[in-house]
Design a protein around this ligand. Sequence first.
Ligand code: FES
Ligand code: FES
Length: 160
Amino acid sequence: MKVTMTVNGKERSAETEGRTLLSEYLREGLRLTGTHVGCDTSQCGACLVHVDGQPAKACTVLAQDCEGAEVTTIEGMANADGSLSRIQQAFQDHHGLQCGFCTPGMVMAAAALLKDNPQPTEADVRHYLEGNICRCTGYHNIVKSVLAASGQSVEPVAAE
Ligand code: FES
Ligand code: FES
């Protein structure tokens, strides 16, 4: 069956099976490979995207259930002129990535957090990111990046 949704502001369609996950739809159907698959069992958060404005692990959602939805992926996070968004720039400035595998999910989670809570505490950030695993264990710098993206000081965060 064909499933159609709005992805990063554009209407997109791809053929799916009933069991096709949103992560597969994005990566294989639309070739948007910025959404990573680290576990496929809802644990790592590498596949996090936004569906109708809410964060969702794309490996836990069937593509067919997103028919007509508004989906945002990491490819849709840059500014309109192609420059890095505030959150992406903060990850670069504060070394919030090492291998980068978890980074798309971390950036999408950070965006969801800052939308709901523009001035999170360090504890808020750590709590919110509990569903996102960084296998490089770069958590301190990821937390710094999110705090910096919110315009706050990163000084209280423990050094790596
Ligand atoms: S691939 Fe979806 S949570 Fe790990
Ligand atoms: S930067 Fe390597 S998994 Fe997070």
